[in-house]
Design a protein around this ligand. Structure first.
Ligand SMILES: [Zn+2]
Length: 297
Protein backbone atom coordinates (compact mmCIF):
# COMPACT_ATOMS: atom_id res chain seq x y z
CA UNK A 1 0.00 0.00 0.00
CA UNK A 2 1.26 3.46 -0.83
CA UNK A 3 1.36 5.60 2.26
CA UNK A 4 1.02 9.33 2.21
CA UNK A 5 2.31 11.56 4.95
CA UNK A 6 1.03 15.10 5.19
CA UNK A 7 4.29 16.64 6.26
CA UNK A 8 3.19 20.18 5.56
CA UNK A 9 0.59 19.84 8.28
CA UNK A 10 3.03 18.21 10.61
CA UNK A 11 5.63 20.87 10.16
CA UNK A 12 3.14 23.66 10.75
CA UNK A 13 1.86 21.84 13.79
CA UNK A 14 5.17 21.71 15.53
CA UNK A 15 6.42 25.18 14.64
CA UNK A 16 5.56 26.64 18.00
CA UNK A 17 7.00 23.87 20.09
CA UNK A 18 9.83 22.26 18.20
CA UNK A 19 13.24 22.23 19.79
CA UNK A 20 15.93 21.75 17.16
CA UNK A 21 16.30 18.18 15.90
CA UNK A 22 16.52 16.30 12.60
CA UNK A 23 13.20 15.12 11.34
CA UNK A 24 13.94 11.50 10.52
CA UNK A 25 11.57 11.94 7.62
CA UNK A 26 11.60 12.36 3.88
CA UNK A 27 11.70 15.79 2.24
CA UNK A 28 8.57 17.77 3.08
CA UNK A 29 5.77 18.51 0.69
CA UNK A 30 5.20 22.17 1.38
CA UNK A 31 2.09 22.26 -0.78
CA UNK A 32 -0.82 20.67 1.10
CA UNK A 33 -2.54 17.88 -0.78
CA UNK A 34 -6.07 18.58 -2.02
CA UNK A 35 -8.86 17.54 0.33
CA UNK A 36 -10.28 14.15 -0.57
CA UNK A 37 -13.14 12.27 1.08
CA UNK A 38 -13.02 8.50 1.22
CA UNK A 39 -15.88 6.28 2.36
CA UNK A 40 -14.33 3.71 4.67
CA UNK A 41 -17.26 1.48 5.58
CA UNK A 42 -20.88 1.97 6.60
CA UNK A 43 -21.31 5.57 7.72
CA UNK A 44 -17.63 6.28 8.31
CA UNK A 45 -15.70 8.70 6.09
CA UNK A 46 -12.04 9.74 6.08
CA UNK A 47 -10.95 13.24 4.99
CA UNK A 48 -7.35 13.29 3.80
CA UNK A 49 -5.37 16.30 2.62
CA UNK A 50 -6.36 19.93 2.94
CA UNK A 51 -4.60 22.08 5.53
CA UNK A 52 -3.40 20.14 8.55
CA UNK A 53 -3.99 16.55 9.53
CA UNK A 54 -6.45 13.98 8.19
CA UNK A 55 -9.78 13.94 9.95
CA UNK A 56 -13.09 12.21 9.41
CA UNK A 57 -16.78 11.97 10.12
CA UNK A 58 -19.57 9.55 10.88
CA UNK A 59 -23.09 10.13 9.57
CA UNK A 60 -25.85 9.21 12.03
CA UNK A 61 -29.59 9.20 11.40
CA UNK A 62 -30.19 12.68 12.86
CA UNK A 63 -26.77 14.32 12.84
CA UNK A 64 -23.09 14.01 12.05
CA UNK A 65 -20.05 13.41 14.27
CA UNK A 66 -16.77 14.98 13.09
CA UNK A 67 -13.41 13.73 14.32
CA UNK A 68 -10.89 16.61 14.51
CA UNK A 69 -10.93 19.84 12.53
CA UNK A 70 -8.52 20.89 9.83
CA UNK A 71 -5.73 23.33 10.65
CA UNK A 72 -7.50 26.36 9.18
CA UNK A 73 -11.11 27.50 9.20
CA UNK A 74 -11.04 27.61 5.38
CA UNK A 75 -9.98 24.00 5.10
CA UNK A 76 -12.57 22.96 7.71
CA UNK A 77 -15.25 24.82 5.73
CA UNK A 78 -14.19 22.87 2.68
CA UNK A 79 -14.64 19.64 4.63
CA UNK A 80 -18.06 20.78 5.90
CA UNK A 81 -19.04 21.49 2.29
CA UNK A 82 -18.01 17.94 1.37
CA UNK A 83 -20.10 16.57 4.27
CA UNK A 84 -23.01 18.63 2.87
CA UNK A 85 -22.70 16.79 -0.43
CA UNK A 86 -23.10 13.45 1.38
CA UNK A 87 -25.84 14.33 3.87
CA UNK A 88 -28.12 17.26 4.69
CA UNK A 89 -27.84 16.41 8.41
CA UNK A 90 -26.17 18.94 10.71
CA UNK A 91 -22.87 18.43 12.53
CA UNK A 92 -23.77 18.38 16.22
CA UNK A 93 -20.80 16.58 17.77
CA UNK A 94 -17.02 16.78 17.57
CA UNK A 95 -14.45 14.38 19.00
CA UNK A 96 -10.90 15.72 19.30
CA UNK A 97 -8.11 13.15 19.22
CA UNK A 98 -5.61 15.58 20.79
CA UNK A 99 -4.64 19.24 21.02
CA UNK A 100 -2.13 19.74 18.19
CA UNK A 101 -2.70 22.77 15.98
CA UNK A 102 -3.07 20.74 12.80
CA UNK A 103 -6.06 18.95 14.38
CA UNK A 104 -7.83 21.82 16.15
CA UNK A 105 -6.92 25.24 14.73
CA UNK A 106 -9.67 25.03 12.11
CA UNK A 107 -12.45 24.66 14.71
CA UNK A 108 -13.69 28.21 14.07
CA UNK A 109 -15.54 26.99 10.95
CA UNK A 110 -17.90 24.86 13.05
CA UNK A 111 -21.17 26.20 14.43
CA UNK A 112 -21.26 27.27 18.07
CA UNK A 113 -22.83 25.11 20.76
CA UNK A 114 -21.55 21.72 19.64
CA UNK A 115 -20.95 18.84 21.99
CA UNK A 116 -17.15 18.44 21.96
CA UNK A 117 -15.56 15.29 23.36
CA UNK A 118 -11.91 15.30 24.44
CA UNK A 119 -9.51 14.40 27.21
CA UNK A 120 -8.88 16.86 30.07
CA UNK A 121 -5.24 17.26 29.03
CA UNK A 122 -6.34 18.11 25.48
CA UNK A 123 -8.61 20.78 26.91
CA UNK A 124 -5.77 22.18 29.03
CA UNK A 125 -3.28 22.29 26.14
CA UNK A 126 -5.83 23.89 23.80
CA UNK A 127 -6.73 26.47 26.45
CA UNK A 128 -3.06 27.35 26.86
CA UNK A 129 -2.31 27.58 23.12
CA UNK A 130 -5.46 29.55 22.24
CA UNK A 131 -5.21 31.82 25.30
CA UNK A 132 -1.78 33.16 24.47
CA UNK A 133 -2.43 33.97 20.80
CA UNK A 134 -4.82 36.83 19.99
CA UNK A 135 -5.67 35.33 16.59
CA UNK A 136 -6.64 32.01 18.21
CA UNK A 137 -8.57 33.41 21.21
CA UNK A 138 -11.99 32.95 19.52
CA UNK A 139 -11.24 29.21 19.47
CA UNK A 140 -11.56 29.14 23.27
CA UNK A 141 -15.27 28.67 22.48
CA UNK A 142 -14.39 25.20 21.11
CA UNK A 143 -12.70 23.56 24.09
CA UNK A 144 -13.90 20.03 24.92
CA UNK A 145 -17.10 20.26 27.00
CA UNK A 146 -17.55 16.50 27.41
CA UNK A 147 -14.43 15.22 29.14
CA UNK A 148 -13.40 11.64 28.48
CA UNK A 149 -11.41 10.15 31.35
CA UNK A 150 -11.16 6.52 30.32
CA UNK A 151 -13.94 5.04 28.20
CA UNK A 152 -17.13 6.72 27.09
CA UNK A 153 -19.75 5.34 24.77
CA UNK A 154 -22.62 6.97 22.94
CA UNK A 155 -25.03 6.19 20.15
CA UNK A 156 -25.01 7.92 16.79
CA UNK A 157 -28.01 6.57 14.97
CA UNK A 158 -27.56 2.81 14.84
CA UNK A 159 -23.82 3.17 15.43
CA UNK A 160 -22.06 2.84 18.75
CA UNK A 161 -19.19 5.29 19.14
CA UNK A 162 -16.64 4.30 21.77
CA UNK A 163 -14.11 6.87 22.96
CA UNK A 164 -11.00 5.34 24.50
CA UNK A 165 -8.06 6.71 26.45
CA UNK A 166 -4.99 4.50 26.94
CA UNK A 167 -2.77 7.02 28.79
CA UNK A 168 0.04 9.32 27.60
CA UNK A 169 1.57 8.60 24.18
CA UNK A 170 1.96 11.22 21.39
CA UNK A 171 0.65 13.78 23.95
CA UNK A 172 -1.00 12.92 27.23
CA UNK A 173 -4.49 13.55 25.91
CA UNK A 174 -4.69 11.17 22.95
CA UNK A 175 -8.23 9.88 22.49
CA UNK A 176 -9.21 7.08 20.13
CA UNK A 177 -12.60 7.13 18.40
CA UNK A 178 -13.61 3.52 17.82
CA UNK A 179 -16.57 2.38 15.72
CA UNK A 180 -16.99 -1.32 16.61
CA UNK A 181 -19.61 -2.04 13.93
CA UNK A 182 -17.31 -0.69 11.22
CA UNK A 183 -14.18 -2.23 12.79
CA UNK A 184 -12.59 1.18 12.35
CA UNK A 185 -10.72 3.47 14.74
CA UNK A 186 -9.68 7.09 14.35
CA UNK A 187 -6.34 7.23 16.13
CA UNK A 188 -5.13 10.82 15.71
CA UNK A 189 -1.34 10.88 15.84
CA UNK A 190 -0.78 7.56 17.61
CA UNK A 191 0.25 6.07 14.27
CA UNK A 192 2.95 7.32 11.95
CA UNK A 193 4.39 5.46 9.01
CA UNK A 194 7.58 6.02 7.08
CA UNK A 195 9.13 7.99 9.93
CA UNK A 196 9.61 7.68 13.67
CA UNK A 197 6.61 8.66 15.75
CA UNK A 198 6.56 12.15 17.14
CA UNK A 199 6.38 12.43 20.92
CA UNK A 200 5.47 15.80 22.44
CA UNK A 201 7.23 15.66 25.79
CA UNK A 202 6.08 19.20 26.57
CA UNK A 203 2.51 17.88 26.38
CA UNK A 204 3.28 14.85 28.53
CA UNK A 205 3.88 12.45 25.63
CA UNK A 206 5.84 9.26 26.30
CA UNK A 207 7.32 6.55 24.06
CA UNK A 208 6.63 3.69 26.50
CA UNK A 209 3.07 5.00 26.82
CA UNK A 210 2.86 5.04 23.03
CA UNK A 211 3.70 1.34 22.92
CA UNK A 212 0.95 0.72 25.49
CA UNK A 213 -1.48 2.74 23.33
CA UNK A 214 -0.50 0.82 20.20
CA UNK A 215 -1.05 -2.49 21.99
CA UNK A 216 -4.45 -1.15 23.04
CA UNK A 217 -5.20 -0.47 19.38
CA UNK A 218 -4.09 -3.98 18.42
CA UNK A 219 -6.46 -5.43 21.01
CA UNK A 220 -9.48 -3.78 19.41
CA UNK A 221 -11.73 -5.80 17.14
CA UNK A 222 -10.77 -3.52 14.24
CA UNK A 223 -9.10 -3.84 10.87
CA UNK A 224 -8.87 -0.21 9.75
CA UNK A 225 -6.95 2.52 11.59
CA UNK A 226 -7.27 6.11 10.45
CA UNK A 227 -4.29 8.27 11.34
CA UNK A 228 -3.79 12.03 11.12
CA UNK A 229 -0.84 11.59 8.81
CA UNK A 230 -1.19 8.41 6.78
CA UNK A 231 -3.51 6.56 4.44
CA UNK A 232 -5.76 3.96 6.17
CA UNK A 233 -3.63 1.46 8.07
CA UNK A 234 -3.93 -2.16 9.17
CA UNK A 235 -2.91 -4.12 12.27
CA UNK A 236 0.31 -5.17 10.53
CA UNK A 237 1.35 -1.49 10.31
CA UNK A 238 0.85 -1.13 14.07
CA UNK A 239 2.83 -4.30 14.73
CA UNK A 240 5.71 -2.97 12.64
CA UNK A 241 5.66 0.32 14.53
CA UNK A 242 5.57 -1.36 17.96
CA UNK A 243 8.53 -3.51 16.97
CA UNK A 244 10.59 -0.56 15.78
CA UNK A 245 9.89 1.51 18.92
CA UNK A 246 10.63 -1.42 21.24
CA UNK A 247 13.87 -2.16 19.39
CA UNK A 248 15.02 1.45 19.79
CA UNK A 249 14.03 1.47 23.47
CA UNK A 250 15.99 -1.74 24.09
CA UNK A 251 19.05 -0.50 22.22
CA UNK A 252 19.13 2.82 24.09
CA UNK A 253 18.77 0.89 27.36
CA UNK A 254 21.70 -1.36 26.44
CA UNK A 255 23.90 1.57 25.42
CA UNK A 256 23.07 3.39 28.66
CA UNK A 257 24.06 0.29 30.65
CA UNK A 258 27.36 0.30 28.77
CA UNK A 259 27.88 3.85 30.06
CA UNK A 260 27.52 5.53 26.68
CA UNK A 261 26.91 9.29 26.57
CA UNK A 262 24.01 11.07 24.87
CA UNK A 263 26.25 11.99 21.92
CA UNK A 264 27.59 8.44 21.61
CA UNK A 265 24.06 7.06 21.62
CA UNK A 266 22.94 9.52 18.97
CA UNK A 267 25.97 8.58 16.90
CA UNK A 268 25.17 4.88 17.27
CA UNK A 269 21.79 5.58 15.63
CA UNK A 270 23.28 7.91 13.01
CA UNK A 271 21.41 10.94 14.39
CA UNK A 272 22.89 14.30 13.48
CA UNK A 273 21.92 17.76 14.68
CA UNK A 274 21.19 18.89 11.16
CA UNK A 275 18.20 21.22 11.14
CA UNK A 276 15.21 20.16 9.12
CA UNK A 277 13.27 22.19 6.56
CA UNK A 278 12.85 25.80 7.66
CA UNK A 279 15.69 25.40 10.17
CA UNK A 280 13.50 23.32 12.46
CA UNK A 281 14.47 20.17 14.21
CA UNK A 282 12.23 17.71 16.05
CA UNK A 283 13.78 15.62 18.79
CA UNK A 284 14.21 12.15 17.33
CA UNK A 285 12.56 9.17 18.98
CA UNK A 286 15.97 8.03 20.24
CA UNK A 287 16.54 11.38 21.95
CA UNK A 288 13.09 11.17 23.54
CA UNK A 289 13.78 7.62 24.77
CA UNK A 290 17.15 8.76 26.19
CA UNK A 291 15.45 11.59 28.06
CA UNK A 292 12.78 9.26 29.41
CA UNK A 293 15.32 6.74 30.65
CA UNK A 294 17.64 9.28 32.26
CA UNK A 295 15.24 11.86 33.70
CA UNK A 296 15.07 12.17 37.46
CA UNK A 297 11.72 10.93 38.64
ZN1 LIG B 1 -0.23 15.59 16.70
Amino acid sequence: MKLIISLAGLILAVTAIAPAGPPSSPAPQLQPQPLTIQKIRGNVYFAMGGAGANCGFVVGDKDVLVIDSKMTADSSRQMLAEIGKITPLPVRTLALTHSDADHVNGLGAFPAGLKIYGHARTKKDMEEAFGKDAALKPLLAYLPNEIVADTLEFKLGADTVRLLYFGPAHTSGDMVVYLPAEKTAFVGDLLFVGRDPLIHRQKGGNSFGLVKNLKGLLALDADTYLSGHAAPLKKADIETLVKSIEEKQAKVQTLLKEGKSFDEIKKAFGITDQPGPGGMRWPSLVEVIFQELTEKK
